[in-house]
Design a protein around this ligand. Structure first.
Ligand code: NDP
Length: 298
């Protein structure tokens, strides 16, 4: 890392602290600020530079990385008059999570203020930051990304610029977290149902991981099917999936465990079947949820 490399990190929650810590460890001059004081103690002990205000913090570096809970929070920090004035001509990389619309709105505001802007998202937990396992995605002007990439690379891991549409990184983020949170809801539910049947978490876990291991191939197959508009269910028709879901609901509710998430998925599968697509694969659900599935002919 060159001697002049510098970055400011706004937001010192668990992720902001991980980012700032990785920059410090990589030898980048790192200025930090957080709304609530006192979150920087450990970082300052390791060499980060504390700032008395957000405006002072952003004035210290050409690149400011923002990582707060959402864009209401990043707006509350960035849109202060003194902060916006200090950012003029400098770059903000907003790595907070929110929707594509909020990302585009933040970029439009930044352009109005003469602030150079990149949007982004982090797809891996704090423990991966500063290691080869972190995943960072960005959208916005490619040249601007290229300019700051050497400093961002200090965070370790894989960094991908996804395109110039400012909302694109958030679009990936939302879609990927859709998979993550529905899976996590399934895991929480599965652990509860298994325990109600006398199967302990540690007993289930190795088998649960085996289910996780099936997902990469299932994702690839589903994506290929959607891309090719091939919804065939020759080896696994949706009638079979719906039947399996019924067993989960019945077992769960027999123990008084809420089966709301599974009921929602099973309801969608039943609607696909009801519209005449019972021999298709589960992939047909993508058409149903998009509102594109009409009753099958014949
Ligand atoms: P949080 O999502 O809880 O964010 C906490 C940070 O947001 C703190 O710095 C907090 O400041 C700040 N904040 C909240 N509201 C405001 C506000 N109105 N004005 C100013 N600052 C505000 O924790 P994380 O640090 O974990 O997450 C930060 C971002 O990173 C989120 O968008 C999250 O989705 C994303 N992310 C997190 C991952 C993780 O593993 N933690 C993984 C991938 C992405 P204060 O201390 O003053 O409350």
């Amino acid at each position: 890392m060159s001697a002049e490399s510098a970055v400011t990190v706004l937001g010192l929650g668990p992720m902001g602290r991980a980012l700032a810590g990785a920059f410090v460890a990589a030898g980048v001059r790192t200025t930090v600020w957080n709304r609530t004081q006192g979150r920087d103690t450990e970082l300052v002990g390791r060499g980060a530079l504390p700032a008395a205000s957000a405006a002072e913090a952003v004035a210290a570096s050409d690149l400011t990385v923002v990582c707060v809970v959402d864009y209401d929070a990043s707006d509350a920090v960035l849109r202060r008059e003194d902060v916006a004035a200090a950012l003029k001509g400098r770059t903000v990389a907003n790595l907070s999570a929110d929707t594509p619309t909020r990302a585009r709105d933040a970029a439009a505001w930044a352009a109005d203020q003469g602030i150079r802007y990149l949007d982004g998202a982090i797809m891996t937990p704090t423990s991966t930051i500063g290691t080869p396992h972190g995943v960072f995605i960005y959208s916005g002007p490619k040249d601007l990304y290229g300019e700051h990439q050497p400093v961002l690379a200090a965070l370790g891991g894989a960094h991908t610029h996804l395109g110039e549409d400012f909302g694109r990184a958030a679009a990936y983020d939302v879609a990927l977290l859709d998979i993550f949170w529905t899976t996590m809801a399934g895991c929480a539910h599965a652990l509860a149902v298994a325990r109600a049947e006398g199967v302990g978490p540690a007993e289930l876990a190795p088998f649960a991981k085996g289910i996780g291991a099936i997902l990469p191939e299932a994702i690839e197959g589903m994506a290929a099917g959607v891309a090719a508009e091939d919804y065939s269910g020759e080896t696994n028709p949706i009638t079979s999936s719906a039947s399996s879901m019924k067993h989960i609901i019945a077992t769960s509710e027999s123990h008084g465990i809420d089966a709301g998430v599974m009921r929602a998925a099973a309801g969608q599968a039943q609607r696909v079947i009801g519209l005449g697509y019972g021999t298709d694969g589960f992939v047909r659900l993508t058409e149903l949820v998009a509102g594109r599935l009409n009753r099958a002919a014949g």
